[in-house]
Design a binder for this molecule. Structure first.
Ligand code: BG6
Length: 477
């Protein structure tokens, strides 16, 4: 379904995110007919460049990041015709009137700030003080949204000086992933799971985001962040919220986000014995973190595992175990909801029983698996066996699923004016309020992260988090 025509200004249009994600995403939406022909994409950046030079850069980016069979030359040429460039000085006077001239009052207007967060405030101020923004203007910002509560509050204040919260779209690209959205459908469009979705029936939840890539190439940023700031405070927190939240009364941005904030606010404090920080070391020909990050003595963690309690009526007694790390054996993200055993077993005990579980695979290979217990076929008596009832979305729903990236969906939601999948200011602040003491305690402690082998399955210590509770992580990869 096409959206209404729009003018989208991308500040930082020559940067990495724009080249890898934003522009390829828009191109896909254009190809499938969702981006109307009258729309304009206006690149804005510091460099002095002609429109043609900008279009050449975008063409090169699309050639690099869009598969050849997905970019027929007619479509590419037609897309490039919709592109404009203005040289704008984010903190000075140059370029703003040229930008204003390219914007059409009867179109939806969105400004994507794909720039360093220190520029959010001045760009927002300029847009408002120069009369470029209207009450309907949308402003899109990217993570990192702060590095602690104080900086996140300052960024919120910077934006809120010129814009209303209803105009601000804070992207967490995990919320744009198909399966992540499906979590809400799974929970709230079925009557099957929700009655069991509480600590009476759920033993524990595991959330895993394992990455194969290391930090090479972005060590400068990463070494000042670490996995807590880079992944846990945002992406894993969002996944946790979607699993743990109460059903909102309506599928509306504020109704959904109110429920998510309540989950974050219900998180109990995490004691040091419930958190494991790791850093990968060179192994088997693969370089280690210090080399990749260019930071020989770094104490930055590239892996975190933690055990969390959501202290409310629904979840008291059901731990949530989270883990994420770089340079692991494989790329695999999933959520496993593990159910309690039946209260009374009438069959002979089953060796190695893992129990019922609902596994939601986010990537790769998106899908849902329900692990159930059945009778082993054959005349051997009432012997039990666990089998997976598996639904891989690509098989069940066709391959279209894979052709949409999270950014494409989210950008189209911006144009539609739907904030449901974007983080509200208070949500980001609540997540920092939770993460700040953990990060501060770590920064003050003399400990080093535990080492794990590059290409392995993470630190041994993270196994202990579950072992000591009589549980185990699901194997990944
Ligand atoms: C980003 C992090 O937000 O998410 C990266 O900054 C990480 O460090 C990436 O690699 C993971 O995203 P995805 O979509 O590849 O799982």
């Amino acid at each position: 379904i096409p959206v209404n025509p729009f003018d989208l200004v991308i500040f930082g249009a020559t940067g990495d995110l724009a080249r890898r994600k934003i522009l390829p995403g828009l191109f896909h939406r254009f190809r499938v007919g969702q981006m109307p022909l009258e729309s304009r994409i206006i690149g804005a950046a510091r460099s002095n460049m002609s429109g043609d030079a900008f279009r050449d850069q975008v063409r090169a980016a699309l050639e690099e990041f869009v598969a050849a069979d997905q970019r027929p030359s007619d479509d590419l040429a037609a897309f490039l015709e919709r592109l404009y460039y203005v040289q704008v000085d984010a903190t000075g006077a140059a370029g703003w009137s040229e930008l204003a001239q390219l914007l059409r009052p009867d179109m939806i207007q969105a400004f994507y700030l794909s720039v360093s967060p220190d520029l959010f405030g001045s760009i927002a101020d300029q847009l408002s003080k120069r009369g470029i923004a209207t009450p309907d203007t949308r402003i899109v910002v990217e993570k990192p949204f702060g590095r602690d509560l104080a900086s996140a509050k300052a960024l919120n204040a910077d934006l809120l000086r010129s814009f209303d919260e209803t105009q601000i779209y804070r992207i967490d690209h995990y919320l744009g992933k198909e399966t992540v959205q499906n979590l809400m459908a799974l929970r709230f469009a079925n009557s099957l799971f929700e009655p069991l979705w509480n600590s009476t029936h759920i033993d524990h939840v595991q959330i895993t985001v394992a990455e194969e890539i290391g930090v090479a190439g972005r060590g400068g940023y990463y070494d000042r962040s670490g996995a807590m700031r880079d992944m846990v405070q945002n992406h894993l927190m969002q996944l946790l919220c979607l699993i743990a939240m109460e059903p909102p009364a309506r599928f509306e941005p504020n109704a959904v986000r109110d429920e998510k904030v309540k989950v974050i606010e219900a998180l109990g404090a995490v004691t040091p014995d419930n958190i494991v920080r790791g850093q990968y070391r060179d192994w088997n020909g693969m370089s280690g973190y210090p080399e990749d990050a260019g930071a020989p003595d770094s104490r930055t963690e590239s892996y975190v595992a933690l055990k969390l309690a959501v202290a409310n009526w629904r979840w008291a007694g059901t731990p949530f175990y989270l883990r994420t790390g770089k340079r692991l054996r494989t790329r695999a993200s999933e959520i496993a909801v593990v159910f309690r055993d039946p209260p009374h077993m009438i069959f002979p005990p089953m060796e190695g029983r893992k129990g019922n579980a609902l596994i939601i695979r986010l990537q790769p290979d998106e899908g849902i698996t329900l692990r159930t217990t059945i009778k082993e076929p054959g005349p051997g008596g009432m012997r039990l066996k666990e089998v997976d009832m598996d639904m891989t979305f690509a098989d069940a729903l066709g391959s279209d699923l894979h052709s949409q990236d999270a950014y494409e969906r989210l950008i189209m939601d911006v144009i539609r004016g739907d904030q449901t999948l974007f983080m509200r200011g208070d949500e980001v602040e609540a997540a920092w309020s939770w993460a700040d003491p953990l990060i501060a305690a770590w920064e003050e402690s003399p400990l080093r992260p535990v080492a794990y082998d590059a290409g392995g399955s993470g630190p041994e210590e993270s196994l202990m988090l579950l072992h000591r509770d009589g549980r185990r992580w699901r194997a990944i990869g």
